[in-house]
Design a protein around this ligand. Structure first.
Ligand code: HMG
Ligand code: MG
Length: 344
């Protein structure tokens, strides 16, 4: 049966905030996550267990995780909160917090439904009179590979081969503790250092390695926003040829060149049903000079609604959050849909 359901992965609290120069108070980060939890999202990327000297804005991710375990935000759906963890140190930091808070989160085997389908008992759409639940959150880890050697060196300080070795440890360690593990591949449609010269076959090969290690999902990152419709198509054909299934992929488009929704349309035609986005269009990667934020969640939700797809999210509530957080961090609202709906 074909489903109209699409899964939106909100990456604003991590990808959106990681690059901000001015320190954002922990309370603001948590307030952002709490607000996002209430609008019908099922997946929120909440932080990053990486070196604080490289990404100082994510240094408080342990506090964020602790807070989510102690005080799970009210939400309509059970929510999966994910955290980047590129190496053993990141994995250990995450696990030590989880160990201190046993029984406060669900493991993969306790997940009641696939991430594509919201629980019957707690519909994503806010049915009239529906009660909020604060069920146990699902905690996920994410590793992040890249399709070129030069980007991998800059972002991870090692070669692709070495990064995959590190990820194997994180993936297997995470899975051994019942955690779902997402695996990003960055610069899949263009690299800040190698330009458009990114081989889709190389991307597919890395994806196969990560799936073999036990990753639950591959997120294809157009880090630079250089992706175009034909190249998105070419990439997805290469992924399919390598045997990677649509249900095991998510697309992560940055909107630097304004092509994110075009590439989203192409991905939908290829059967992809999971998409990353960032409220208010926040974001950028510290290792991708000039790259702007992810496609905004408001634009993504509006686009999906226009196609009759079901995202489960409350668009107007999202617009308010995008407006609030961009003001809070002193940036212009990066969502054209958000601004239009709010009349700004
Ligand atoms: P390393 O190989 O250990 O070497 O880390 P290093 O010189 O880069 O760092 C060394 C210091 O970091 C040491 O501390 C380590 O202990 C510490 P010191 O002795 O100097 O005090 N360290 C850590 N601390 C906390 N947590 C850790 C950790 N690992 C080492 N996990 C590493 C290599 C990659 C881990 C490090 O360089 C790093 O964390 N870099 C930041 C990478 C990053 O966060 N990039 C942005 C996210 S990726 C992204 O945005 C793309 C994405 O959105 C998809 C897309 O758009 O395409 C996901
Ligand atoms: Mg990104």
């Amino acid at each position: 049966a074909t489903s109209n359901r699409v899964r939106l992965v909100e990456v604003g609290p991590r990808d959106g905030l990681q690059n901000e120069k001015k320190a954002i108070p922990l309370t603001t980060k948590i307030e952002l996550i709490e607000k996002l939890a209430k609008v019908g999202l099922t997946d929120i990327e909440a932080g990053s267990f990486v070196a604080p000297k490289w990404v100082p804005q994510m240094a408080e991710s342990n506090e964020v995780l602790e807070y989510l375990l102690k005080y799970p935000p009210n939400s309509l759906n059970p929510i999966a909160y994910s955290f980047l963890a590129p190496n053993a140190k990141g994995l250990q930091n995450a696990l030590s917090i989880l160990r201190n808070h046993p029984n406060t989160y669900r493991t993969l085997d306790q997940q009641t439904s696939s991430p594509y389908e919201p629980d019957e008992a707690s519909p994503a759409k806010s049915a009239p009179g529906a009660e909020s639940t604060s069920g146990k959150p699902l905690i996920e880890l994410s590793v992040f590979a890249a399709a070129t050697e030069s980007f991998t060196q800059k972002n991870l300080n090692c070669s692709i081969a070495k990064s995959l070795e590190n990820f194997k440890e994180v993936i297997q360690g995470g899975k051994a503790h019942g955690l779902r593990v997402r695996a990003y591949i960055s610069v899949v449609l263009g690299c800040p250092f190698e330009g458009y010269d990114v081989d889709p076959k190389k991307v597919a090969e890395i994806a196969c390695d990560l799936m073999e290690m036990g990753a639950d999902e591959i997120a294809l990152g157009d880090t630079t926003g250089m992706g175009t419709a034909p190249r998105t198509s070419e990439l997805l054909r290469a992924m399919h040829a390598a045997g990677i299934r649509n249900e095991d992929m998510a697309m992560h488009f940055h909107d630097t060149y304004g092509q994110a929704l075009v590439n989203t349309a192409v991905s939908l035609e290829h059967g992809i049903r999971s998409f990353d986005s960032s409220v208010g269009g926040l974001g950028g990667c510290p290792y991708s000079p000039g790259a702007t934020g992810n496609v905004s969640t408001e634009n993504m939700a509006y686009f999906m609604e226009s196609l009759g797809m079901d995202t489960g999210v409350d668009l107007e509530a999202l617009c308010d959050i995008g407006d609030w957080i961009t003001k809070e961090i002193g940036k212009p609202n990066g969502s054209s849909v958000g601004k239009a709906i709010l009349g700004k």
